[in-house]
Design a protein around this ligand. Structure first.
Ligand SMILES: NC(=O)c1ccc[n+]([C@@H]2O[C@H](COP(=O)([O-])OP(=O)(O)OC[C@H]3O[C@@H](n4cnc5c(N)ncnc54)[C@H](O)[C@@H]3O)[C@@H](O)[C@H]2O)c1
Length: 319
């Protein structure tokens, strides 16, 4: 018996919310060999999910990123008629509905009434902590944040964030499941809005908006700084390892050499974080000069093909 069989014991995975992220999760679990039932409150989105995943699998196959025919993976996907059908026979539910606390709370209340006593629930929430929508419910012990990056079938990291009521068994189960389906688990030890990933992203975005507002650089030059600079290393190492290698004596040496510069930059920040309408208009107009609104979808597909090529290159280069 492999790790997944031990965890899932022949049961299925329920995907609730099948938009951008939910459909990506369905692909992750089906690709790993699990039966997946998909439910979305919007029938148009639900009906579009499997054809979309099929198309993504064909592209993954073309990049050599799946180990069996796309059709065999698609055969493990099915649409559920409602929430009760989605969770019937499921060991794990990945919630990916809208990022609104009252909707997530209403779903948890429905699950409290419907779910078997052992269904484990992971939420894709980008920043709302689990206690905000599960607190006080009997199922709270079985609810944990499992926050992915979009699209989860191409970007492996998942942040596991328990609430004070989440049981250690739930954390252990979801961590093991995520590792077994090929994701890369990050443990966030305390509930904090935005978790780790979006807090790091927030710092970069805060500075990016401020640099445009202050006329320091254009949006394109800021994107270029990350695309052709910082991002090169970030695709295979993080900020701490980056600076550990950037001073002859390692990170402590780096802190001595450049600590005062970073302290001074932090002290000079005066942007109040209000993205004004004028600033948003300016950034929007600069971006539309490079990409028309009608071309966003096409560019998303281009991004995903780039990520597939990167995945293939990383796989080939892995030691
Ligand atoms: N888009 C991203 O980059 C990203 C990344 C990581 C996490 N997330 C998080 O994932 C979640 C989903 O985001 P998304 O970008 O996929 O949004 P989305 O709008 O593409 O999809 C949300 C889907 O949920 C469905 N839905 C709403 N209420 C429902 C309910 N009660 N039952 C079943 N379906 C319901 C909607 O019909 C919609 O199709 C959010 O919490 C979001 O913050 C998003």
């Amino acid at each position: 018996m492999n790790e997944l069989d031990t965890l899932i014991k022949g049961r299925s995975i329920a995907i609730v919310g099948a938009g951008l992220v939910g459909a990506g999760w369905a692909l992750v679990f089906a690709r790993a060999g699990l039966a997946v039932k998909i439910f979305d409150a919007n029938p148009v989105i639900a009906n579009a999910a499997i054809p979309l995943i099929e198309q993504q699998l064909v592209e993954l196959q073309a990049h050599g990123l799946i180990n069996e025919p796309a059709a065999d993976i698609v055969a493990r996907l099915s649409l559920a008629t409602d929430l009760a059908d989605a969770i019937d026979g499921a060991a794990y539910l990945q919630e990916s509905i809208l990022e609104r606390v009252e909707l997530k709370r209403a779903l948890m209340e429905d699950l409290e009434a419907l779910a078997d006593a052992d269904l484990i629930i992971g939420s894709s929430s980008s920043g709302i902590v689990a206690s905000a929508f599960s607190s006080g419910l009997k199922i709270a012990a079985r609810v944990v944040i499992a926050h992915p990056v979009n699209p989860p079938y191409l970007v492996p990291v998942v942040e596991i964030v328990p609430s004070a009521e989440t049981s250690p068994q739930t954390v252990a189960f979801v961590s093991a499941l995520m590792e077994a389906v090929g994701q890369s688990v990050v443990h966030v030890r305390k509930e904090v809005e935005g978790f780790v990933l979006n807090r790091l992203q927030a710092v970069l975005l805060r500075e990016a908006w401020a640099l445009v507002e202050e006329g320091v650089a254009s949006c394109e030059d800021i994107d270029k700084t990350v695309r052709d600079g910082l991002g090169w290393r970030w695709s295979f190492m993080g900020p701490f390892e980056t600076i550990d290698l950037n001073a002859p004596g390692g990170i402590a040496d780096y802190a001595v050499r450049l600590g005062p510069l970073y302290r001074s930059i932090a002290a000079s920040g005066k942007h109040d974080q209000q993205w004004s309408d004028a600033l948003i208009g300016e950034v929007e107009s600069q971006r539309r000069g490079f990409l028309q609104r009608g071309d966003l979808e096409q560019r998303r597909a281009w991004r995903d093909r780039k990520l597939m090529a990167l995945s293939a290159a990383k796989r080939d280069a892995s030691e």
